[in-house]
Design a protein around this ligand. Structure first.
Ligand code: ACO
Length: 325
């Protein structure tokens, strides 16, 4: 049986580090409040020459290099993002252009923080139909351009960055095993970002344009824990897997309290969960691929390891996935 397997990973974080102490100068907050409520200590903030597609391109170059794949060998480029600079063309087409991936077709998907997981599921279907395909999947966000920097409820949570994977078909037992994806559009108003109204292509000054992130934090928290728990338990039961079978869990990095609650409910020991939210905050669709790349490059993954991914985000969208590394 052929499945989509990851053959290269890469990530790119903007250079500028914004600490909680820096935030104390912007809104009425404190390092203590942010750390205790979210676990976040720093986040990266993109400059004007670190646009969403540029972060995406850098992460892609690193993933292609690891995979030993040339850009012109790519058949498909998918970018998961809710913060592209332009509505049209897609971020994926801008990436294709900069990479010179002239043989690929390219498009974006939007499933908020679950975008990368939805993307992996999508790529698995393409590769199931055409196993020799080489696919570049990227999660890239520049959420600093979409937060209201005077709203302390939200601006402390988010950061910028990109992560990428190159995938192709493998028949040696490696690759995506199965996924369990969900959406509930009836709850959209608990976490949303308006589209730009009468804007130029460069979506700057989101706050003035009323297109910044709005969130009912407590409700999001409650739904996120329960939904991810159910998505994981269902999937593990379906495949007769227990926590003992898992080598590493790579969750969407929303905040440490959500992750701690989830780990408690699933009986997951801390050393089986990859967590980097303290460094980068919530980078939405980029959080899982950045974490996967860090886990990969730091030697935490070996062939055949069983990995579990889970996510939750605006929409609401959520899900889980099992993968043999
Ligand atoms: N600094 C200081 N005080 C603050 C801050 C801040 N940055 N933000 C809010 N407060 C205040 C509030 O105004 C409130 O004050 P009041 O009691 O005088 O009104 C008080 O702190 C408590 O506010 P709550 O919103 O009830 O705080 P809570 O304990 O729920 O923590 C938080 C807020 C961290 C947002 C929490 O609800 C949460 O983690 N929610 C999940 C949100 C999330 O992760 N969203 C990301 C997108 S979805 C995803 O990725 C899963």
């Amino acid at each position: 049986m052929i499945h989509a397997a990851v053959i290269g990973t890469g990530s790119c974080l903007p250079k500028r580090v914004l600490s909680n102490r820096d935030l104390e100068k912007i809104v009425e907050t404190s390092d203590e409040w942010i750390t205790s409520r979210t676990g976040i200590q720093t986040r990266r903030i993109a400059s004007s020459d670190e646009k969403t597609h540029q972060l995406a391109v850098e992460s892609a170059k690193r993933a292609l290099d690891m995979a030993g794949v040339q850009a012109d060998e790519l058949d498909l480029i998918v970018v998961a993002t809710v913060s592209p600079e332009m509505i049209m063309p897609s971020c994926a087409c801008l990436v294709q252009n900069e990479l010179g991936a002239s043989n690929a077709f390219a498009y974006d998907i939007n499933a908020a923080c679950s975008g990368f997981l939805y993307g992996l599921d999508l790529v698995d279907k393409y590769i199931g139909a055409r196993p020799d395909m080489k696919v570049l999947l990227i999660g890239a966000e520049r959420l600093s351009a979409r937060v209201n920097w005077s709203d302390r409820n939200t601006c402390i949570l988010f950061g910028d960055g990109a992560g990428a994977c190159v995938l192709t078909g493998k028949d040696d037992g490696r690759g995506i095993i199965d996924s369990n994806l969900f959406s509930d559009g009836s709850l959209w108003s608990l976490l949303y970002m308006n589209g730009p109204q009468n804007l130029g292509p460069e979506l700057k000054h989101a706050e003035k344009q009323d297109c910044y992130i709005r969130m009912m934090g407590r409700d999001v928290f409650k739904y996120a824990v329960r939904a991810m728990e159910e998505a994981v338990v269902d999937l593990m039961l379906r495949h007769d897997k227990s926590v003992d079978d898992l080598k590493l869990v790579i969750p969407h990095q929303a905040n440490i309290r959500i992750l701690n609650k989830l780990m408690g409910r699933l009986g997951l020991p801390e050393d089986k969960v990859f967590i980097n939210v303290s460094k980068y905050g919530n980078t939405s669709a980029a959080s899982i691929p950045i974490a996967l790349d860090e886990a990969n490059r730091s030697g935490r993954l070996a062939p055949d390891d069983l990995l579990l991914f889970c996510s939750f985000g605006g929409g609401f969208t959520w899900g889980s996935m099992l993968m043999h590394w």
